[in-house]
Every structure is written in structure tokens, then in C-alpha cells.
Design a protein around this ligand. Structure first.
Ligand SMILES: [Zn+2]
Length: 486
């Protein structure tokens, strides 16, 4: 029995659950659950990791949270489900005050609140929707050449999903590599939202003053969505305003292989539409509750090398770099965590996540960063969190510019379309391959290896194999590749 991404917990589903657990019928109406802050129908709980098997998650609808310890899992469970679990299991589960746990540090073993040491220094408060909107609009007005601010969609309650594009000639949608950064898809994981505002300031104010930033803004098209779930932020909850967990709401190539926006949350549909308009070479999304760099897959095991994401070696290398640059992340070493780096599924399974969808269905290279142990810390922590992540984020974006940048044409010099690029894996031992499809004949293929073999093909043309070394893209230094007719 599995939950589809849109199905949280219907009475019919509960009936089947009750049958599964051999329980008496439950009279409570649980077709809609409450808000995450001590809502009437949902509990925020800690339970032993050993209890959290795939079977348990499928049967109970447990939504695991990012907070992680060697012995415990944290997350959301319907109270009706909790009440009907066998006594032996109930005794192992502790209900927690979600507000407390979202805002303050705690000892994961004793459950005691810890003193918050970081309360001094200069810092800005969090931006609510109105303040975030004003901040973005001011930036767009001040830097009209290199910014383009647009609503990337609307939330359930009608808030704009602001999308700030930063690039030289930002109004022009062209062929330079596209990078996507998304934060705050879980409404109560708020650090990423603020860091995106800091990043937007750094990129705009640093342009033509800082060499690296100028290079990046000239050569790349950077799309930043500080809040994918502005309603959740205003409501102080993980879910959107219809109580949908947006990171369980995407098509899942294992459990829900229907790549259609139909019947999904408007915020999910907005991200799907965005990917239909743009092919993002590199993408990152930011969460909170843990401090780590999470690589695909989230929905299935990564134990066998042959089953891993085709760009596993590339993403793990960049993730390693990111984690090493973050003092809190690199010491996070337990369970599935290798000094801050983890495979998604090996940490905990996520069905219907955005990362896997964007990779599998939209051929992006997408990872997930967890920024802070406390999801919604005091704003006094923000300057440190920005310091810890700034360099990692810049390097991640810079990686989109290092690789092979090809302009694929026919003998007359006309740009070809529907070009496929097959590359052998970056991690030689894995033997993984990946084919990326480019709608136009302009190819950006990030690479870290000294030499890579690419096979380039287009319908009706003879394929070409190149042994090629990566180079730094500056905005126009393409290598032309001519394909001959079949
Ligand atoms: Zn999250």
C-alpha cells in the first residue's frame, strides 16, 4: 500500500490502514489535517529509527522531517494513526511541541531545550512576504540591466512565487547556462529564504566590482526563487496552504511515474512550468533541520553503483567541496552522513521530491542542501549561516560554467535542434553514463574530469564522438561542432 503524492490521509486510506494494523474502525474525521503547530489532527513526533521502515512509512503516512540522529527519526504523524498503533510502538514514540522544535535548539536524545548562544551582533530580522517583495522590487529597480523579477507562479493564497533572474542582459532569454536556486519549499524552513536575499544582493552589488561575480553574471543565467511556499512561511508551517507537503508532490519515477502537473499543488505546477520553459544545467534547493549536502536518489537505493544517478561522480565531488567549505557540515559524520555528504535514500526515503523529478524528468543536475539544525532560528544566526554557505553556493554555480560548451551545426552552419549528448560517468568505477537531451543545438555539459568522451547525435545526422577537456565558459566561447547528414 502506498500513498500517492497528493493523497495525504483519506478516510478510505485510514480504513485500509486500520485493517493493516488489525485495529477497530476509527470514527474521527481525518480527511483534512491541521496545521503543524500543534494542529488538532497531526502530531510532531520522535520515534526510533528502527521503526521507520519503508513499510511503516507507506502504511502510516509518516512524513519524516530533516532532523536526524543516529537513533531517532523526527516527523509528522496523524494523531488518529498514532492512537491506533500497537501499544508497544506507541510507547517508543514521543510527541513534541512543533513550535519549540522549529525555533529552538534541542538535545535530540534528552529532548531538552539547549541554550541559544548566538544572540548578539548586527543582524537583519527575517523578511515576511511584504518585506521580501519590497526587497526584491528595490533590487530590480536599482539594477535593471542585470535583474529581471517576475512571479514564477502563484501560491494557493495568491502570493507571487518571486523569481529573480540575475544575468547580464537579464531581460533576454538566451542560450547561456541556466542555474536554478529554490528555497523555503517547506514554509517553516526559513534560513534559505534569507540566504537567497543575501545572495541576490551579493550578485547585484558585486557585479563589475568583484571579478568572480562579474564573470558569473556575464556567463550564466541565474534564477533564484527565495520562497516556493510563501503561504507556508506566513502560516508558520511546513505545508502549503492546502496542507500539501510540496516535497512529496512531484511526479516520482518509481512510485508515481506520471509526469503531469494535473492534480498537483499550484506551487508544484509553477516549478514544473518553469522547467518547461528553461533547461536548468545546475540546480540546488535549500531546506533546514539538518546540516548536510544531499545527493540523488531520494526515492530509491543508491547502494549499487550501476543504479546511481548518471552524474553521481560529478555531484558527489561538488557536494564534497560544498560540505568541506561549511564548518558545521563537514563535522556531521554519523549514520549515512560522510562528513556532511549523504545520499538521499540512505538518509531517508522521499517519494515525490523535487530533486529527483528535476533530474529524472527535466535532465537537470539537482542537489539538496540542509542549512541549519534549527529550521527557523533566531535571526541572529543568519550572518554566520550566510558565511558558512556563501562560498559553497558560488562554487556550485561556477561549476555550471566549467565543462564542454558546444554549438552543434549542420554543414551550412545552421544550428541543429534536438541534440543528444551521451557522456561516460565521471566516476570511472561506477561505469555510469548519462544522456542529456538539448532542445536547441547549444550544449552545456558540466564536467570535472580532465578528459571526457562525449557522443553527440541529432535525428537525421551522423553522430560524432569527441574526446574533450572542459573549459571555462565566458558567455560566448563555444566550440562549433559540425554534424553531417546521415
Ligand atoms: Zn524541507
Amino acid at each position: 500500500m502506498t500513498l500517492t503524492p497528493n493523497q495525504r490521509l483519506t478516510p478510505r486510506f485510514l480504513e485500509s490502514l486500520i485493517v493493516l494494523f488489525g485495529l477497530a474502525a476509527c470514527n474521527q474525521n481525518i480527511s483534512s489535517h491541521g496545521k503543524s503547530y500543534g494542529g488538532p489532527t497531526e502530531a510532531y513526533v520522535r520515534l526510533p529509527s528502527s521503526l521507520v521502515t519503508d513499510k511503516f512509512v507507506d502504511a502510516s503516512g509518516f512524513i519524516q522531517d530533516h532532523i536526524h540522529s543516529e537513533h531517532y527519526a523526527f516527523g509528522y504523524l496523524q494523531k488518529a494513526v498514532l492512537d491506533k498503533l500497537p501499544q508497544t510502538q506507541q510507547q517508543l514514540i514521543t510527541e513534541l511541541n512543533n513550535y519549540e522544535w522549529t525555533h529552538f535548539p534541542h538535545d535530540l536524545n534528552t529532548l531538552r531545550r539547549l541554550p541559544d548562544t548566538e544572540t548578539t551582533g548586527d543582524y537583519e530580522e527575517f523578511h515576511d512576504f511584504a518585506a521580501m517583495t519590497a526587497d526584491l522590487e528595490q533590487t530590480a529597480t536599482r539594477f535593471p540591466e542585470i535583474t529581471y523579477l517576475e512571479p514564477g507562479g502563484l501560491s494557493v493564497q495568491g502570493r507571487e512565487l518571486w523569481l529573480m533572474k540575475i544575468s547580464a542582459h537579464a531581460q533576454r532569454n538566451d542560450q547561456r547556462p541556466k542555474i536554478l536556486l529554490i528555497a523555503n519549499m517547506h514554509g517553516d524552513e526559513t534560513v534559505g529564504r534569507e540566504l537567497m536575499l543575501y545572495l541576490i544582493r551579493m550578485l547585484t552589488q558585486g557585479y563589475q566590482h568583484d571579478e568572480r561575480i562579474t564573470r558569473l553574471v556575464n556567463a550564466a543565467q541565474i534564477f533564484i526563487m527565495p520562497s516556493m511556499n510563501p503561504d507556508g512561511f506566513e502560516l508558520g508551517q511546513r505545508y502549503n496552504a492546502r496542507d500539501v507537503d510540496l516535497n512529496r508532490n512531484f511526479p516520482d519515477f518509481v512510485s508515481d511515474p506520471h509526469d503531469t502537473p494535473a492534480n498537483r499543488a499550484p506551487e508544484t505546477q509553477a516549478i514544473m512550468a518553469l522547467h518547461a520553459s528553461h533547461h536548468f544545467i545546475m540546480a540546488l534547493n535549500f531546506h533546514g533541520g539538518e546540516v548536510c549536502f544531499n545527493v540523488p536518489w531520494d526515492t530509491k537505493s543508491n547502494a549499487r553503483k550501476s543504479e546511481r544517478f548518471g552524474d553521481d561522480g560529478l555531484l558527489r565531488n561538488i557536494g564534497r567541496q560544498y560540505a568541506d567549505l561549511n564548518a558545521t557540515m563537514r563535522v556531521n559524520h554519523s549514520g549515512s552522513f560522510d562528513h556532511g555528504l549523504t545520499y538521499g535514500y540512505e538518509w531517508y526515503r522521499v517519494k515525490g521530491g523535487m530533486q529527483d523529478w528535476s533530474i529524472f524528468y527535466r535532465e537537470s543536475t539537482h542537489a539538496t542542501v540542509e542549512l541549519s539544525h534549527v529550521k527557523w532560528p533566531s535571526a541572529a544566526h543568519l550572518p554566520r549561516l550566510w558565511d558558512e554557505n556563501r562560498e559553497g553556493i558560488i562554487r556550485y554555480m561556477e561549476q555550471a560554467l566549467v565543462g564542454m560548451h558546444l554549438h552543434v551545426v549542420d554543414r551550412s552552419g545552421a544550428t541543429l535542434h534536438q541534440v543528444n549528448v551521451r557522456s561516460s560517468g565521471h566516476d570511472r568505477s561506477s561505469g555510469n553514463e548519462r544522456t542529456i537531451h538539448y532542445a536547441s543545438g547549444v550544449v552545456h555539459r558540466p564536467s570535472l574530469t580532465q578528459m571526457q568522451t562525449l557522443e553527440i547525435s541529432a535525428p537525421g545526422y551522423k553522430s560524432e564522438t569527441l574526446n574533450i577537456s572542459p573549459w571555462q565558459f565566458t558567455g560566448s566561447n563555444y566550440r562549433e561542432l559540425v554534424l553531417s547528414k546521415d
